[in-house]
Design a protein around this ligand. Structure first.
Ligand SMILES: NC(=O)c1ccc[n+]([C@@H]2O[C@H](COP(=O)([O-])OP(=O)(O)OC[C@H]3O[C@@H](n4cnc5c(N)ncnc54)[C@H](OP(=O)(O)O)[C@@H]3O)[C@@H](O)[C@H]2O)c1
Length: 197
């Protein structure tokens, strides 16, 4: 896979996914809210292939991972024109005091879609705790599962290819309204750590 992955959010999930990508020679552009100059240590820890950038620059990458708090996703609306952009939504819809927000029956990624008009959203990387996600996904007898849901088949295929390239096994749960709800916070598949044989 030759694509560059943009990562918005340089915390537990952003750094963990970046490390898997870099281990597999996939370059990353990573951003936080405070600005690239505050990411010097993160970049030196991540090593070759990692670049700090503004959020707008990270959002220019071929595929963009959302690894920021749910409450901050709405801040991304003005960052760029999101039309056609492949977005991986790794957020869980917790409020700042760790309550699951009432979305009136909608899947959380459908709300993310509202904030990023025209983006092709694929929900993934949100079901495992960062420490579990950080572990080697390649087991003696199989690969750790990452669920994927999305309404755009091409975007889902591109994200699934990326997931395979870093050693995980993508499992397609269908569209956001159904699959997204299964894998989001408090969904039936949230926190399920499975190995595909
Ligand atoms: N931690 C887990 O185990 C886990 C598991 C599954 C899913 N998730 C989900 O993944 C997301 C990230 O969680 P986390 O634990 O990685 O969070 P975290 O460690 O608190 O990191 C959040 C990152 O987002 C950045 N950020 C905040 N607002 C931003 C903005 N407007 N633009 C760009 N970057 C911004 C922060 O930058 P600054 O520090 O500069 O503000 C920080 O680098 C959350 O939605 C969470 O629910 C987490």
């Amino acid at each position: 896979m030759k694509k560059t992955i943009g990562i918005i959010g340089a915390g537990n999930i952003g750094k963990t996914v970046a490390a898997h990508l870099l281990k597999n020679n996939i370059p990353v552009i990573i951003s936080n809210s405070k600005g690239p100059e505050t990411l010097e240590n993160t970049i030196s820890q991540l090593g070759k292939g990692a670049k700090a950038a503004t959020t707008a620059e990270a959002a220019d990458a071929d595929i963009v991972l959302l690894a920021l708090p749910w409450s901050k996703v709405k801040n991304l609306t003005p960052v760029r024109d999101w039309e056609g952009k492949i977005i991986i939504d790794a957020t869980n819809h917790f409020t700042p005091d760790y309550q699951v927000e009432d979305l009136g029956g909608r899947a959380s990624s459908q709300v993310v879609q509202d904030h990023l008009p025209g983006a092709r959203i694929v929900k993934a990387f949100n079901t495992l705790a960062a420490k579990v996600l950080a572990a080697d996904p390649v087991m003696e007898n199989g690969h750790r599962v990452l669920f994927v849901s999305g309404d755009d088949k091409e975007a889902k295929a591109a994200v699934s290819e990326m997931i395979k390239a870093i050693g995980f096994a993508p499992v397609d749960l269908g569209e956001l309204a159904a699959g997204g709800k299964l894998q989001e916070a408090k969904g039936l598949l949230s926190l399920q750590n499975l190995i595909k044989l």
